[in-house]
Design a protein around this ligand. Structure first.
Ligand code: SAM
Length: 238
């Protein structure tokens, strides 16, 4: 409960400057621009015109907006996020595209999605799995996907070395100090508690397989420093 409150507080505060903050963090740690990363995620999602897409933890709606700009029908793109202020920015962004009021944005947790079974053919999630219990998120993604539906995730990945005693503890301390100094206390707590949710490539394969996914492909993406956890691009099929 406390983690959830910290996440909502951290992202509510960040919402007006979200893309700017994330762009500078991704550049600093990975050498990626924010739009470079999100565009890669979209390019890796094999979208067909008839697809019904769910963008999990949509934030300020950048992914739905890029999908729409790429020509995907807006009524087939849905977004869900736990932070209302982030969704308000998503509403403004999507309404700004043609003045239409966005109805497909929902404020809810990705670990308890308010959707019927098998309603989507694509689930996307960018830069957000580390804020959640990954197994619960993956089970929910599986439930809302129809058979043959695709899951595409881009987020920070951990290393098998993190299993050694004390390593995660040390990372938590580093994360807290960095985000406390660079941002604020709620962001520092949100990122500190996220450390335990960051999975290695092997852990991701294990969770996805156990939740029923198949055709799992996990790619380690380029990162600026060997000691910074690298981004992963994860694809799987129900
Ligand atoms: C780093 S942002 C990513 C936003 C967006 N996907 C993007 O690529 O710009 C992380 C988002 O995850 C959301 N989030 C965190 N925990 C969540 C949960 N349990 N359910 C839904 N959204 C969540 C936050 O509110 C925040 O908007």
């Amino acid at each position: 409960m406390e983690d959830k409150a910290n996440i909502i507080e951290a992202f509510s505060e960040m919402a007006p400057r979200y893309e700017q903050v994330v762009d500078s963090e991704l550049n600093r740690f990975w050498g990626w621009s924010y739009y470079g990363f999100v565009n890669l995620l979209i390019a890796s999602t094999p979208v067909q015109p008839q697809d019904i897409i769910l963008d999990v933890a949509t934030g300020t709606g950048v992914i739905p907006s890029l999908l729409e700009k790429a020509g995907h029908p807006r009524n087939q793109i849905h977004g869900l996020d736990i932070t209302m202020s982030m969704l308000n920015h998503a509403r403004d962004r999507l309404a700004g595209q043609d003045g239409h009021v966005e109805e497909n944005l929902v404020c809810a947790s990705a670990m308890e999605m308010p959707y019927a079974n098998s309603g989507f053919s694509q689930v996307i999630c960018g830069l957000a799995t580390h804020h959640m219990d990954v197994k619960e998120l993956i089970l929910e993604s599986y439930r809302v996907l129809r058979n043959g539906g695709k899951l595409t995730i881009g987020d920070v990945g951990g290393s098998n070395l993190w299993k050694f005693p004390g390593v995660k503890f040390l990372l938590r301390i580093v994360a807290f100090i960095y985000f406390f100094v660079a941002e604020n206390k709620s962001r520092a707590w949100a990122e500190t508690s996220a450390v335990s949710n960051i999975l290695s490539k092997d852990d991701w394969s294990f969770v996805l397989l156990n939740c029923g996914f198949r055709n799992i492909v996990i790619q380690k993406l380029k990162s600026r420093y060997f000691w910074v956890p690298s981004p992963l691009l994860i694809k799987a099929e129900k």
